[in-house]
Design a protein. Sequence first.
Length: 100
Amino acid sequence: MPESSNPRLDRVLAQLRLYEHPLLDFSARASGDGVEVIIQFKNSPVPVHTYYFSLHPRDLDHPQFEWAFQRQLYDCLHDYLVEMFIRTPQDRAERRRTGL
């Protein structure tokens, strides 16, 4: 994670340093007045997309930022893992093709 002179980005980078995951890497970059958080799969044997989510100035400046950040990070991790499915029961085209 690169160092910066942006206080909002610095705040997010400081929070991200508190998290370590065996499968995922976390980083962030400035995005206008906000910050974009980046989640990448480590050493994936299968190509997996990178997940991005934005933090807006009102969220970054909130007094309860740390708790809100954790909730949003966990929500995004859930979304990211769900997006990795290559087939689900809701995939009607696949069901029609296979006759299931």
